[in-house]
Design a protein around this ligand. Sequence first.
Ligand code: NAD
Ligand code: 0WE
Length: 263
Amino acid sequence: MLLKDKKFLISGLANKYSIASGIALAMNREGAELAFTYQNERLLKNLKPIAEQCNSDIFLECDVADDNSIAATFKQLSSKWKKFDGFVHSIGYAPADQLEGDFLEATNREGFKIAHDISSYSFTAMAKEAKSMLNENSALLTLTYLGSTQTMPNYNVMGLAKASLEANTRFLAASLGKDNIRVNAISAGPIKTLAASGVKNFRKMLSQHSNRAPLGRTVTAEEVGNVAAFLCSDYASGITGEITYVDAGFNIAAMPLTEFNND
Ligand code: NAD
Ligand code: 0WE
């Protein structure tokens, strides 16, 4: 039991396919007590059954676009938990028109601002509000994607926002190190979640991934969850500011070996 006697707040669980859902189930399996945030009323009905599976009855509405909402969330949490051991930030968003077509054509000031605000600043904002309630040895975790360092069609301004989120992870790690709070990110391979469902040619991307990845397949939210549980546990006490890839090895392979097999 990696996370026995630890308490974590999970954000970004929109439905059972969410990466946050795989993370919650793995962390609960490892003994963590969990609380959840949800973006709006509409998503609460999807969250409840999974929270129940995790024996949690703490659901807090939190729209990370709004500082008051973030502050209210941690104030409400403090009436349940005086102290806790960290949170998982599994939130990303850009307006749909930013994620289609040529980068230079698609990107505009408002889309850029929203992508960076919701997908990167919100991690800092949550850390600010959580800090006074965090135990020593706490761990913060966020979810990023390869589009931060490599180009690809359509990911566009989200790539820039993920680059910011990864730098955010390092600067938060530097800032919170003196309090013995660790901050890490998981860079997950593509997974068919709600956020991916609107994306054009996503199925093609999944099959390209399987072709190039050394493990010859995609990854599951459960596999991401297992690494999340480790990074949030005391077994990872020496790891902070790190981006850990959970992508079946895709990021290390420049070309698929299968193309050149002679047999
Ligand atoms: P998802 O749609 O299940 O989760 C995205 C979450 O962001 C939702 O729960 C949504 O409510 C939340 N959100 C958006 N705007 C918000 C706001 N203003 N306030 C509060 N919450 C808000 O999709 P997912 O794929 O599980 O995404 C989770 C994280 O994983 C994101 O950061 C995403 O970029 C990242 N990621 C996803 C993949 C993938 O292929 N699915 C790969 C790598 C990284
Ligand atoms: O980070 C993500 C999802 C990001 C995302 C997706 C949406 C779709 C719906 C952010 N904002 C929105 N806004 C919407 O209105 N991923 C890593 C999954 C993903 O999204 C892509 C991908 C991959 C992979 C978009 C284009 C190309 C590849």
